[in-house]
Design a protein around this ligand. Structure first.
Ligand code: SF4
Length: 71
């Protein structure tokens, strides 16, 4: 389980408790609650730039709605 969940805009916006749209569940299961947390692009973005990205950057580095690569 990722230790940044409480402050992560993606997680806080799209996890099942706050969003009835389940299309993000696979990302949450594999990244936020799974082993892929170590390669999360949001985490790398924060570590490399010093800034937290808005929620639209998914943990896989793609925009949550367009699937366009953001980072
Ligand atoms: S999106 Fe990344 S930083 Fe945010 S909770 Fe999930 S694994 Fe952690």
């Amino acid at each position: 389980m990722c230790n940044r969940k409480k402050s992560c805009a993606f997680y806080l916006t799209y996890n099942g408790e706050n969003d009835t749209d389940k299309k993000f569940q696979l990302l949450i299961d594999t990244y936020c609650n799974g082993d892929f947390k170590e390669v999360c692009r949001r985490k790398i973005y924060k570590d490399e730039t010093g800034f937290a990205h808005i929620a639209e950057l998914g943990p896989n580095g793609h925009h949550v709605n367009s699937n366009k690569r953001l980072y």
